[in-house]
Design a protein around this ligand. Structure first.
Ligand SMILES: Nc1ncnc2c1ncn2[C@@H]1O[C@H](COP(=O)(O)OP(=O)(O)OP(=O)(O)O)[C@@H](O)[C@H]1O
Ligand SMILES: [Mg+2]
Length: 501
């Protein structure tokens, strides 16, 4: 018995096709690209056209290497193949002709049917694991799915790996069988060739999120609460330092990204990542940097440490480090905090206590007395059973002199209550509010009033379903440039449309 879960359309290069997700009894859910079948006669014609195109259309080397020239090249091909089909099969209707041209383009210049998978916004990952197995995808809603897309043989996969490599000016060969590349689309592709990948050639593509999460989403889907975000907003506005902890794929980077629009627009922001993941609204004054691996001769490597040291010469107000992993980078980062920069980074740890342990022990080995520089630690958590991601703890580090050694311990301000699935207040803050008062010149009650006002704005945004990074960015921009019209709207509970025009 088949149970259809969902159908929708995906589009790649003007080519629309249906996706069907279904579950057959006793089997895993299945992802099907509903590709119109092509008769053998038509297939023969397409092969024919492919040959004539290769000889007909002149391609210069620079066109292949330059990613921006690819679009022009695609145009050349599509005009020419349209002409050929029209000449040979005058009875074919325009819609079918467009479809055939699209398929040809995908096969010649792209990754064939895999192009549709890359254009499906619901997919996070696309994996080719040898020609013996169907392509698998990770779907936002359904998790891992087996698809009906297969590759005809190992050399086709190698060919695709080559196309990807060429797009970024690199090569993948038997002697050089590993490739890690960032595509112009922001997607990240990794390829490992046989026999290093023992079953066959593999390609793993992690897709760049096209519609990143915003604070509105994370309040609406209960990842965190508006009072916690209001506190973080104030802390970020007044240049407090913040670490986001969590386990693998717990949502650290997403949470960090969601908080960055709280930065005022006139602050210079430099981010350092291994892979471009952060996506910030246009209004921010942002300079993103990414590391680079060495080339096959071991040259040209740019590490996080290189970029961190360099970023300090770029007059940053705020520094974002994708992930704190090495001792050297951690030292520079803490040095940056101590010299008055505002710093945000993610750390691999499951609680505030564990974050402290992770920071003070090898490999990071930060001296406990330096931990004072961290004002706020947010811990993310992923409940695999329920498939939810939540803020698990929000807190601060407290350091104390114990004889001749400094000790750091956690002070939890908010914690997640599993049974009720809510975030509750836990302890009072010892340091954060004191530092906020010092930095802002506000009294405790003024700070509380400010947080309440921010919470109101956030709730109003959720109520008006104000999502999308640029829209959320516009609201933040307005708040910093001239808050009055925004605050009026919020207090009257009116629609944000006027501000968003
Ligand atoms: N609060 C959330 N609700 C639902 N999905 C989320 C949430 N946060 C993140 N995700 C999704 O979870 C996946 C992993 O998120 P993210 O990359 O932020 O995690 P991470 O902890 O930084 O992972 P890594 O350990 O790889 O650095 C992404 O697909 C993201 O879209
Ligand atoms: Mg991450």
């Amino acid at each position: 018995m088949e149970n259809e879960l969902e159908t929708y359309t995906v589009e790649a290069d003007n080519l629309k096709i249906q996706v069907k997700i279904a579950q057959y009894s006793g089997k895993l859910p299945f992802y099907e690209l509903v590709v119109p079948s092509i008769s053998p006669a038509m297939q023969a014609l397409l092969d024919d056209i492919r040959h004539s195109l290769i000889t007909d259309v002149h391609i210069s080397a620079s066109e292949i290497l330059d990613p921006t020239a690819v679009t022009m090249l695609k145009n050349k091909f599509s005009i020419r193949s349209n002409e050929i089909i029209r000449a040979k099969f005058p009875h074919v209707d325009p819609a079918t002709r467009n479809f055939l041209v699209g398929m040809l383009l995908h096969e010649m210049m792209g990754l064939g049917k895999v192009e549709f998978l890359l254009n499906d916004g619901s997919l996070e990952e696309v994996v080719i694991n040898s020609a013996m197995e169907p392509v698998r995808v990770y779907h936002k809603k359904y998790g891992w799915l087996i698809t009906n897309v297969t590759l005809s043989n190992e050399s086709q996969i190698q060919n695709y790996a080559n196309i990807i490599a060429r797009r970024v000016g690199r090569q993948i060969t038997t002697l050089n069988p590993l490739l890690d590349a960032h595509l112009v689309t922001g997607d990240r592709a990794n390829a490992v060739l046989y026999p290093i990948a023992t079953k066959g050639n593999t390609i793993t593509i992690r897709k760049f999120v096209r519609d990143p999460w915003t604070v509105t989403d994370f309040i609406a889907n209960k990842t965190s609460s508006s009072d916690i975000f209001a506190l973080i907003w104030l802390a970020i506005q007044y240049e407090m330092n913040m670490l986001i902890s969590g386990g693998t794929a717990s949502g650290k980077t997403s949470f960090l990204n969601v908080c960055m629009p709280f930065i005022p627009p006139n602050h210079r922001l430099i981010s350092i990542e291994d892979t471009r993941e952060l996506q910030l609204p246009e209004y921010l004054y942002w300079c993103p940097l990414t590391t680079r691996e060495p080339n096959p001769e071991g040259k040209g490597e740019i590490t996080m440490l290189d970029l961190l040291v360099n970023s300090l010469r770029m007059r940053p107000d705020r520094i974002i480090l994708g992930e704190m992993r090495t001792k050297e980078a951690a030292e520079v980062l803490f040095e940056a905090m101590h010299t008055g920069h505002s710093v945000y980074a993610t750390v691999h740890a499951d609680s505030i206590d564990e974050t402290i342990q992770r920071l003070v022990h090898p490999p990071l080995s930060i001296s406990p007395n330096l931990l004072n520089a961290v004002n706020l630690n947010v811990v993310m958590f992923r409940d695999r059973r329920q498939g939810i991601r939540r803020t698990f703890q929000v807190g601060e580090f407290l350091t104390s002199d114990e004889g001749d050694t400094m000790k750091a311990k956690a002070n939890i301000l908010y914690r997640w209550k599993a049974g009720a699935d809510t975030l509750v207040k836990h302890n009072e803050s010892f340091r954060l509010f004191e530092e906020l008062a010092r930095n802002t010149g506000m009294s405790h009650s003024e700070i509380m009033k400010d947080i309440q006002q921010k919470e109101k704005i956030l709730n109003w945004m959720v109520k008006n379903n104000l999502r999308g990074i640029e829209r959320v960015g516009k609201i933040m921009h307005q708040y910093y440039i001239d808050p009055k019209p925004l605050l009026d709207m919020v207090s009257k509970n009116s629609s944000p449309d006027k501000l968003l025009k």
